[in-house]
Design a protein. Sequence first.
Length: 308
Amino acid sequence: MKRGKSLQKQPITTQNYWISQLIFCNELPSLIRVTIYYQPVSAQGRDTKLKIMKKLFFTMFLLPLLAVSQNSAEYGVFETENLIANPTQISQFEKGLAEHNKKYHGEGPYGVRVYMIANGPNTGSYHWSMGPFPWSSLDNGPGENEVHGADWNKNIAPYSSVNSGARSYWRSHPELSRFPKDFTIKKMSVDYWDIKRGKYEDAMKLVKKVHDVYAAKAQDEIWGIYTNEFGSTKEGRDLAVISFFDKSAWLGQDNSIAKKYDEMNGAGSWAQFIKDWMDVTDGGETEIWVYRPDLSGISGDVKAIPQN
């Protein structure tokens, strides 16, 4: 989602996740009641009924499993770390990081992408991102494997700076994100917002309003919305809005958000939105990330997520 000229940072609604890429459905499967009446039938009819009964029993066996999986309260989470290489050992650090990710984080919920941070206080740092995954998957994740930890300690940690490794967990919000088409991650604009205490629900309602505008008037825009699972007032990173782009020229384009918002919500509504947003936040910051396929365990390819 592009930054409009009317506001330096906009609460615009990035599976990523998110690209990236889990949707959790809350709808239970429909149940079909089937009654079989036993009557004298021919041999052919008997065979047909036996087939029906086998299918019925197989379906009855699967229904509890479907109910558990689809009624799960779990959701998609990303584990991220801010890695800092020793400036005198960057080549050793990158070699160890690349080999580790391709060996232990090359598929599934433990897949990892690595980005270089191109601006701000973290310029030159490596953003390490694993997921999305449900919390329960960490119980059997790579972190529980001693060999995995030994590899990290041998091939990455010795070439890292002392303050490397700050970790965060971010919840994906597919209902507020938009991944309407397949794409390949190249660059990302990450807007972090500090939400005032007690204003979380109000902030997310405003995010939903902007999401609805883009869903109606800029349907090809790609972004993801994430919230910090363990946010702190000191850090001030409660909400992340991630926009995906290919060329740096995108950063200078005007996406006419004010015009689109007013068209959908009435004249002057964008100005009111700005006021409301300032009332629920204590500021924010923006980082530009550049995807590093050479250091990642998985590719930058992201599949479209159907939009309701």
